[in-house]
Write a protein that binds this ligand. Structure first.
Ligand code: G4P
Length: 526
């Protein structure tokens, strides 16, 4: 097998989806720990304090303690290279999360076993479903009194509409939580007690009928045997093809904080999760094994160093090999770019790249040439599809304290919106600047950054819109007529595409009924 094929076969690129507080940060920490990427023995608290400086790039993040940005962590595990793309926990930055999900090949869903399926998990699953992303499930916090495991799986099946196949099964729960049973391997791992990461063999008892189990678990051993017998009859068995099609999710139980169930999860993950997958473009499907480099930008991170106005574009490599200082063709501007220093993301430290393979993320320094959604190649003219803008649900007018700063405001807003911090709309009538977002904190971030990076004092006031729809029509005359009649509600977005800013949901419905030839799109592809 060629080097490229070998590297592809051992890459796994994924993100974690969960409702806040379910344990995403803790699971991330433990995965890194097993991957040997961090040596922090302490608790999550220790981790949070220790890693603050490296992962929280924006000053605002530090002030608020919210992770505004996604970062990327790469770690090796058993010969595999795992890329974990972190997503903001706060729902006000869901746009960032949605885009990050376009750059992964699979996802891990973390559920708090006391709470079950929560609202944000439902939304994120909907986004995963758009691309049939394969999902593994980790039911966390079994060390607390939670819901019955069967009813948890039922809920996932009903609410998230995906079949569940248990791989591990909890022994007890809450105070009586003793460990987990691995169904395919027919072995038990008993809780080692304490927060250190157990070695491969630690606490392992082979075989459900092993008398050692009765010695160690007492009555719980018999109960486990009964449960497993029932489970083998009543639940779905694991089918890797159905998992890869996004129709079935393997389920793992455990307690992240106590390191229980994480090793089993990670081992299954590297074994079964898909390597870098083929990707669609406007002209053809690109296979990861093709020798020429292609990739797309799913995220821009600005001003990590406040002394330099540089930005880092996060490029997902889709095919070929990225080599230091190579020339790349930037399709939108049709220019050649030579990126002098690109970075990879080895866990908490940023390192300079020598080579990167499909599935890897490369950080490209630039001064604003590169936007979210852009494709880079070694020359071929193609454009990756499926990196969406979602219609904002909150709108504000950007108003200046000092009218002399109009130019700076426009420049700042355009640049911040190109990064995807929020969306800018310029109404066809008047000179207003309308900023759209999915979460209220996005406005705070924009105002903060305008002040600190562009020296513009800007305040936001409510605008007369509740949602936006990008409009298109096959008949240019009808489109003109529509524009004439609805000028007051129409605006151009940052790419010059026409959008209808609806003052109410009812108005949107009525307008759509009145103009059947006009198509109203809730998402726009970059
Ligand atoms: P998030 O990133 O999904 O928001 O969750 P995070 O990992 O920060 O975990 C949320 C809370 O749940 C944390 O407690 C964390 O310690 C706790 N937690 C995570 N995994 C487990 C588990 O397996 N069992 C139990 N019992 N708790 C768990 P916190 O008090 O909010 O934070 P901290 O003070 O511990 O940092």
């Amino acid at each position: 097998m060629s080097k490229l094929r070998t590297e592809i076969a051992r890459r796994r690129t994924f993100a974690i989806i969960s409702h806040p507080d379910a344990g995403k940060t803790t699971v991330t920490e433990k995965l890194l720990l097993y991957g040997g990427a961090i040596q922090l023995a302490g608790t999550v608290k220790g981790r949070k304090a220790a890693r603050y400086a490296t992962s929280d790039w924006l000053e605002l993040e530090k002030q608020r303690g919210i992770s505004v940005t996604s970062s990327v962590m790469q770690f090796p595990y058993q010969g595999f290279i795992v890329n974990l793309l972190d997503t903001p926990g706060h729902e006000d930055f869901s746009e960032d999360t949605y885009r990050t999900l376009t750059a992964v090949d699979s996802a891990l869903m973390v559920i708090d076993s006391a709470k079950g399926v929560e609202e944000r998990t439902i939304k994120l699953m909907d986004v995963c479903r758009l691309r049939a992303t394969p999902i593994m499930t980790f039911m966390n916090k079994l060390d607390r009194e939670g819901r019955d495991p069967i009813s948890l799986m039922d809920e996932v099946e009903k609410v998230l509409k995906i079949r569940c196949a248990p791989i591990t099964w909890p022994i007890g729960m809450g105070k009586s939580f003793r460990g987990i049973y691995h169904l395919p391997l027919d072995q038990v791992r008993l809780s080692a007690g304490g927060p250190h990461s157990p070695t491969k063999e630690e606490g392992i008892i082979k075989g459900l009928n092993n008398p050692e189990l009765d010695k160690r678990l007492g009555l719980q051993a018999e109960q486990l045997r009964e449960e497993v017998e029932l489970l083998r009859e009543a639940s779905h068995s694991f089918d890797v093809e159905a998992y890869r099609r996004g129709e079935l999710t393997p389920v793992f139980f455990g307690s992240a904080i106590n390191n229980l169930g994480i090793r089993e999860l990670l081992e299954s993950f590297v074994e079964h999760a898909p390597p870098p997958q083929p990707r669609e473009t406007t002209t053809r499907v690109v296979d990861s094994g093709e020798p020429m480099l292609t990739g797309f930008v799913f995220k821009i991170q600005a001003n990590m160093d406040p002394n330099h106005r540089d930005r880092i574009a996060f490029l997902r490599v889709c095919s070929g090999v990225y080599r230091k200082s190579m020339k790349l063709r930037h399709l939108r501007s049709n220019k050649e770019l030579r990126i002098a220093n690109a970075i990879t993301f080895m866990a908490s430290e940023r390192e300079h790249v020598q080579e990167a393979y499909p599935g890897d993320i490369v950080g490209l320094y630039n001064h604003g040439t590169i936007q979210v959604g852009d494709t880079l190649t070694e020359g071929e003219e193609l454009k990756f599809t499926g990196i969406p803008n979602f219609a904002p649900e909150l709108f504000r007018l950007a108003l200046l304290q000092n009218p002399m700063r109009m130019k700076a405001l426009q420049k700042g807003l355009i640049q911040l919106c190109e990064e995807g911090a929020s969306q800018l709309f310029r109404p066809l009538t008047g000179n207003e600047l309308v900023v759209g977002a999915l979460g209220i904190l996005q406005f705070d971030v924009v105002a903060f950054r305008l002040k600190h990076e562009y020296g513009v004092d800007c305040r936001f006031e409510s605008a007369n819109a509740v949602t936006a729809r990008w409009v298109s029509c096959d008949d240019p005359e009808r489109l003109e007529a529509f524009k004439e009649r609805n000028r007051g509600h129409l605006a151009l977005d940052i790419c010059g595409d026409l959008a209808y800013l609806a003052p109410s949901r009812v108005n949107l419905e009525l307008t759509a009924e009145r103009w059947p030839e006009i198509r109203f799109h809730a998402t726009r592809e970059h």
